[in-house]
Write a protein that binds this ligand. Structure first.
Ligand code: LLP
Length: 407
């Protein structure tokens, strides 16, 4: 993992002076480069990228991605509204909810987005209500166990997501009864998937199912490309996945008799590496066991280390020199919110600036006000210029929706 003390020529020190800490900083150029890399890898097929909005849902990031030529994947009606607000056309938005009410699906239909249905009762409701008048996609559970860890592996047989591929006959029965217009099939196996073979296995499952649906326009392979979190980590080889999946896809389209669109819904791949959580060292505390660096952030801003035991590289980006020492970086929350254990960092002094890397995906979007702490600002760097794209919260935000009943 490269050492860095600046983004597009703007130092972290300048960013901290301007916006304070903690702050989320995003490198817009990196996001656009990732879109290009993905497009290049799949240049021989009709690729549509549906950015997984949940990874990082700031309006400006959505607009940046839209301008770079992606569509969007939304998992809630609010994300659909956000994507429309950002300027995506309804036809560019895929709505992939799980366990929502039929009323929410009706709202999404009214907004004109593509509906991805993930359970049979909902398929029946949909059939009763809309029949063949609204085209749909069906989310299949491919029964593939893959992904970084159990919490982010969602395509296995015990997962709540999608309709089992063992229930294809049941799906076909509902489709036939209601003359449903199925134009897409979808799978999402999980997050942090390294191996091209997992995507190929998913492809074969999608192709098998697709043979039963004569009117398809697209196959959606979901997201899940792995990014490098640790130094020396291997990321998904996108060129390799692109080559292998595109070849299999072209062969399938030839058999199917029509060129279909190939959809992917990456989140991490597009935005993870672009993001840095910039924090300050409040306390350096030596104990008989280790030396802690306590920073002005914690699980309220970045929950991934606690929730998934996720590794995030940390660097001391202060300008002074000093020998390396081993530290355990912890947050200021009243929980054991360890951000990074036993890491070698340039000597940390009180007030030093640290960056937590790979914080673009599922960082801000999973943040909270736990301990009644404020969420940090978000800053997007574009063409060598920093833009504040979300203000730091204030104490008023903590009170905003509370109702004082006058006790
Ligand atoms: N499509 C669907 C239907 C999904 O559920 C997800 C992620 C994606 C696409 C994007 O997956 P990605 O390319 O980002 O791996 N919060 C966890 C990851 C959970 C992802 C949930 N679904 C984390 O921080 O590791």
């Amino acid at each position: 993992m490269e050492s860095t003390n600046q983004i597009q020529g703007i130092s972290f020190t300048t960013l901290a002076e301007t916006y304070g800490t903690p702050a989320y900083i995003y490198d817009g150029q990196k996001i656009v480069e990732q879109v290009k890399t993905l497009k290049n890898a799949f240049s021989s097929v009709n690729l549509k990228i549906k950015y997984a909005t949940k990874a990082l849902s700031n309006l400006n990031v959505l607009k940046l991605l839209k301008n770079a030529g992606t569509g969007a994947d939304a998992v809630s009606i609010e994300e659909v509204q956000l994507c429309l607000h950002a300027g995506f056309l309804p036809s560019e938005i895929m709505y992939t909810p799980n366990c929502v009410s039929f009323a929410e699906i009706q709202e999404a239909v009214a907004l004109g987005v593509m509906i991805n249905i993930d359970n049979i009762p909902m398929l029946e409701h949909f059939g009763n209500h809309y029949g063949k008048n609204v085209p749909i996609c069906i989310r299949l559970n491919p029964h593939i166990l893959a992904g970084g860890n159990a919490k982010i592996s969602v395509g296995h047989i015990d997962s709540k997501f999608g309709i089992s591929i063992l229930q294809i006959k049941n799906i076909l029965k509902v489709v036939e009864t209601h003359h449903l217009d199925v134009i897409g099939l979808h799978i999402h196996t999980g997050s942090d998937i390294l191996d091209a073979d997992v995507f190929l296995k998913g492809a074969e499952i999608l192709f098998d199912a697709a043979r039963q649906f004569p009117d398809l326009k697209f196959l959606d392979f979901g997201g899940g490309f792995k990014v490098a979190y640790k130094p020396g980590d291997i990321a998904t080889d996108i060129a390799d996945v692109g080559e292998k999946v595109s070849k299999a896809f072209q062969e399938f389209c030839a058999e199917y008799g029509r060129e279909l669109e190939l959809w992917f819904e990456p989140g991490k791949f597009l935005v993870s590496e672009s993001g840095f959580l910039l924090v300050s060292a409040n306390v350096i505390k030596s104990t008989p066991a280790c030396t802690f660096v306590g920073v002005d952030s914690g699980l309220n801003h970045l929950i991934r280390p606690m929730m998934y035991d996720a590794y995030h590289a940390v660097e001391n980006v202060s300008q002074h020199e000093g020998p390396d020492h081993v530290y355990t970086v912890v947050g200021y929350i009243c929980e054991s919110d360890t951000i990074a254990s036993d890491r070698k960092l340039k000597e940390v002094r009180e007030g030093d600036l640290l960056v937590i890397k790979n914080a673009g995906a599922y960082g801000y979007s999973m943040s909270s006000n736990y301990n009644s702490r404020l969420r940090p600002p978000e800053v997007l760097i574009l063409d060598g210029k920093a833009h504040l794209i979300r203000e730091r919260e204030t104490f008023e935000d903590i009170l905003k929706h509370q109702v004082d009943i006058g006790l």
